[in-house]
Ligand binder design. Structure first.
Ligand code: SAH
Ligand code: SF4
Length: 379
């Protein structure tokens, strides 16, 4: 029997229940509807892991809920980083698959938030099918979609572990969120809802490698979360060299979908990783400025994070700054991220790749980042 067959038999998870479903479930059993709010309060506010702990519900109702829903195992098997810097969590799922999430304690250069905020970078799939040439997540291919409960659980488990509230959620971990759109929208609904995790839609960002049809779909989605487009190349020639998705949705098609999105939703952000000798030329900066002006988009420039086994590297600091200055000279708002976590394999998919086959049992490993790395992060 395959893993996907096993998964298709399992009960739906506790952390994927919406208030509407709880109301529906209880109504069908003749229970008063106020019980539904009690159930979501236990799951999303008190964060209990079993129905037995829901002490203000009648025993019979608890048994009925337990028969219908599950609270599957989702353990933290590795933790890299230290409390005051970026922390990276590796989770083992119910079917032994591994996913990772990153906690970034203060993010002044990310999305313009104040610097005392905690951002969590959430995975949406196990692996990724899109195979961008620079990315660790794509290296081992695609295993499966995460369900909404598994996306929400990453936030709940990390908040429980750290004892601190998460302020921002970015879907920039492993996987292509728009290739798992139904589950993504369900997870965002729970993360955003007042009865759920209560994180404002403007503090939720979804990043995509550029699935044009789904970008159009999102334009018609009422929730006001933010969209970030991973551009990484300003011409088909350069983008196509590093992102196979560009063959399916070349820039003309992609940018028309973005025009539609921006007309409906107001704005989107671009991410542009800087890779030495690939996409960091003055010509690319000029083309990028044109695209950004067309869409009134702000650009986050991200120096490439080296991935073991891949040939790419980041440009010199001077080249990064020159690239940024060209954009600014052409009237584009561009930030250059002094990215965190370089020393703990913080680019998506790297920790999983290093760990696959090496984690046999649950052993949480704290690896403090060395002083040298800390100095670099502070400077
Ligand atoms: N699949 C989505 C979201 C996950 S990747 C997407 O591609 O947008 C999140 C971001 O991390 C993307 O912008 C991606 O290009 C970037 N990324 C991947 N590998 C990286 C690396 N080694 N260094 C820096 N950024 C990287
Ligand atoms: Fe997938 Fe995004 Fe990595 Fe590309 S960058 S392989 S789309 S996770």
């Amino acid at each position: 029997m395959t893993v996907s067959q096993v998964c298709s038999f399992v009960k739906p998870s506790l952390t994927g229940i919406t208030l509407e479903e709880a109301v529906d479930f209880l109504e069908k059993r003749g229970a008063p509807s106020y019980r539904a709010r009690q159930v979501t309060h236990w799951i999303y506010k008190k964060r209990v892991a079993s129905f037995d702990a829901m002490t203000d519900l009648p025993n019979e109702l608890r048994a009925e809920l337990a028969a219908e829903f599950d609270s599957p195992k989702m353990e933290i098997v590795r933790l890299l980083g230290s409390k005051d810097t970026t922390q990276k969590f590796l989770f083992r799922l119910r079917d032994e698959n591994l996913i990772e999430s990153v906690l970034i304690p203060a993010s002044p250069a990310l999305y313009g938030q104040p610097s005392d905020r905690r951002t969590i970078c959430v995975s949406s799939q196990v692996g990724c099918a899109y195979g961008c040439k620079f990315c660790a997540s794509g290296l081992e291919g695609f295993a499966r979609n995460l369900d909404a409960a598994e996306m929400v659980r990453q936030i709940i488990e990390i908040e429980k572990f750290c004892g601190e509230k998460i302020d921002n959620v970015v879907f920039m971990g492993m996987g292509e969120p728009l290739a798992n759109l139904k589950n993504l929208l369900r997870a965002i609904g729970i993360i955003n809802a007042p009865w759920g995790l209560g994180i404002g839609a403007r503090h939720i960002t979804v990043s995509t490698s550029g699935l044009a049809p789904q970008i159009r779909e999102l334009a018609n989605e009422p929730t006001q979360f933010r969209l970030a487009l991973s551009l990484h190349g300003a011409t088909d020639e350069v983008r196509g060299q590093i992102m196979p998705v560009n063959r399916k949705y070349p820039l003309k098609v992609l940018l028309e979908a973005c025009d539609y999105y921006v007309a409906k939703k107001g704005r989107m952000t671009f991410e542009y990783i800087l890779i030495a000798g690939v996409n960091d030329t003055d010509e690319q900066a000029l083309e990028l400025a044109k695209i950004a002006r067309r869409l009134s988009a702000k650009i986050n420039l991200i120096p490439y994070n080296t991935v073991e086994g891949l040939e790419w590297s980041r440009p010199s600091r001077e080249r990064q700054q020159k690239f940024q200055s060209i954009l600014r000279k052409h009237g584009v708002v561009a930030t250059l991220r002094r990215e965190k976590g370089h020393d703990i394999a913080a680019a998506c998919g790297q920790l999983r790749l290093q760990t696959m086959g090496t984690v046999g049992k649950s052993d949480i490993e704290h690896v403090a980042i060395g002083n040298r790395a800390r100095r670099r992060q502070r400077s």
